[in-house]
Design a protein around this ligand. Structure first.
Ligand SMILES: [Mn+2]
Length: 318
């Protein structure tokens, strides 16, 4: 981004309800722009930092990026880890998007007057792309930035076990681990141990800390996901989680809402559904009862859960 045409210092922003990849790729990309391209930018966040991400930032010695709830018309913005406006900070429609670095489906929302830097690849994390940008430039991130980038990568790929993992990620992680001086597996265990929302019975946190909205066939749906080490406490909390999800769908008008509780040790999920049963009844997972599904081998919202829900909607012809 050395010949960045924007005259204003861009904000680098991850998606709403940021996860470790959204926060850490914003920090990492800002470091890349400064160190490699000599371009100043400001990483920001548009939501609360999840507990595990806070732990990761502490390991790296970074302060949380500044919280912003909207951007203004004409603000220069680089989107990281998303490109759908539904997942973006308020005011994005009127902002000046000068770059996108992402690993999600294209929504068609981003339209610009000028050509922009746009890198979207089907890899495991946006942090992998940030690391690769350093690598391609023959540069190395600092130890602190490397720790940050590892956090986003292992968080999104469950330490290279999620089906979203690619060879690209498998090459990047050891490269980063060496720079950071950490053992990736040990780091992953500590990262996921850092905050169990299920054990704490924090239902709001489970529903809100990693939840995405999607537009599909003109309907709005939502999928929340929580990563846990094992399914302990699931059965006793299930009723509360389901009640919370039902209320959320009613309040926000979602035609369907899912929450996936994913066990990172087996890469399997338990999925609770709310909303239109004629839709979620078509889900291709093992139906345990009216609203609960077992999904062995399912841990990726993007590659497994969202496509299954989109297919269920088509089958229900909504
Ligand atoms: Mn991501």
């Amino acid at each position: 981004m050395s010949d960045n045409q924007s005259t204003t210092k861009p904000f680098i922003i991850g998606h709403l309800k940021p996860d470790a990849d959204a926060i850490c790729s914003a920090i990492g990309h800002a470091a890349y722009l400064k160190d490699v391209c000599g371009v100043e930018s400001t990483p920001i966040r548009c939501g609360e930092i999840p507990e595990r991400c806070a732990w990761a930032l502490e390991q790296a010695g970074f302060e949380a990026p500044e919280l912003k709830t909207e951007v203004l018309p004409g603000d220069a913005v680089i989107l990281v880890d998303h490109n759908e406006f539904k997942q973006a900070i308020a005011g994005i429609e009127e902002a000046d998007i000068v770059g996108v670095l992402d690993h999600h489906r294209l929504s068609g929302d981003v339209r610009t007057a000028q050509p922009i830097y746009f890198r979207n690849e089907p890899v495991g994390s946006t942090c992998s792309l940030v690391a690769d940008n350093f690598k391609k430039a023959g540069a190395k991130p600092s130890k602190a930035v490397a720790i940050c980038l590892i956090s986003g990568l292992i968080s999104d790929t469950l330490c290279l076990t999620s089906p979203t993992t690619t060879d690209f990620d498998r090459e990047i992680l050891p490269w980063l681990s060496e720079i950071a001086g950490v053992d990736a597996e040990e780091y992953t265990a500590n990262f996921f141990a850092a905050g169990s929302l299920l054990a704490k019975g924090c239902i709001d946190g489970m529903l809100e800390s990693d939840r995405k909205e999607f537009s599909e066939g003109g309907k709005t749906i939502t999928i929340a996901q929580v990563e846990e080490v094992g399914f302990g406490c699931f059965d006793e909390k299930r009723g509360e989680i389901e009640a919370g999800l039902k209320k959320l769908c009613a309040d926000k008008g979602y035609v369907v809402g899912l929450i996936a509780v994913t066990d990172i040790t087996t890469q399997s999920s338990k999925i609770i559904a709310a909303g239109d049963a004629s839709i979620f009844g078509n889900l291709e997972f093992d139906r345990v009862d009216e609203t609960l599904f077992n999904a062995p081998g399912v841990c990726s919202r993007k590659k497994q859960i969202f496509p299954a829900l989109a297919k269920a909607m088509q089958l229900a012809s909504v």
